[in-house]
Ligand binder design. Structure first.
Ligand code: SAH
Length: 222
């Protein structure tokens, strides 16, 4: 078999089904999340040279020194955000669009997705990719996501895909009552952190140890 053919094999729907089976073995249980990840061609979110590795459980480089999160992380964070609900989340905000894979998953588990990215050229490519995949319920914004989007909120879910040292208060203010925020927190060691907006206030949970690129200030235009 030629290299080209084996390349195609590695990105087939069978490979994607195997990824979903692996996610189940790794403890991802939310059927809506698994269905979303089973329907999105992850290999189209990485450079062609890496396409054959897109379904492995690894983070891969995208451009501008950033990384696409591993399938397990995307599954885990999406499942945490859904919090076992029966319905679609109504409105979700993501900070750190990157290549847009997590954004595409969010678009399947939420009615409307707002996603913010600070690196302009990265966002331009992601915008084209998501448009080509005909994913329409998303609003992409080139901005410093640390301020959130007060004009579009409050949100039923907020997800950050880059690590922060502390809980960003300004984002919590944009979390609707009953809503949940999922993000990596820490310095040398990082942990997935969940904050629920309950009638009694904000309730925090610290979960798995993880590894993310940092949230950075300001925007890059080209
Ligand atoms: N979910 C993305 C993760 C990309 S890595 C994916 O799987 O592709 C994290 C992303 O957060 C990077 O694209 C980085 O540029 C972006 N980012 C970092 N700080 C940011 C900020 N202050 N505002 C918006 N985006 C930010």
């Amino acid at each position: 078999m030629s290299v080209r053919h084996s390349g195609i094999g590695m990105t087939s729907s069978r490979t994607r089904i195997r990824m979903i089976e692996r996610l189940r073995e790794q403890g991802i249980r939310d059927e809506m999340v698994l269905a979303a990840m089973g329907s999105i061609p992850r290999h189209l979110f990485v450079e062609e040279a890496l396409a054959s590795r897109a379904y492995e459980d690894v983070a891969l480089p995208i451009n501008y020194g950033q990384t696409i999160s591993s399938p397990w992380i995307v599954g885990r964070m999406s499942e945490l955000l859904r919090n076992g609900g029966d319905n679609l989340l109504r409105k979700v905000m993501e900070i750190g669009t990157g290549c847009g894979y997590q954004t595409a998953v969010l678009a399947k588990i939420a009615g409307e997705v707002y996603s913010i990215e600070r690196i302009g050229p990265l966002l331009t490519r992601t915008r084209i990719r998501l448009r080509d995949l005909d994913i329409r319920n998303i609003h992409l914004k080139h901005a410093d996501g640390m301020c959130g989007l007060p004009e579009a909120g409050p949100f039923n879910g907020i997800m950050m895909t880059a690590v922060v040292p502390e809980v960003p208060e300004i984002l919590l203010e944009q979390l609707a009552m009953g809503g949940r925020m999922v993000f990596p927190k820490g310095n040398k060691r990082q942990y997935l952190c969940v904050i629920d907006h309950t009638a009694e206030g904000f309730v925090e949970m610290i979960l798995d140890e993880v590894m993310f690129v940092p949230i950075l200030p300001g925007i890059i235009s080209r």
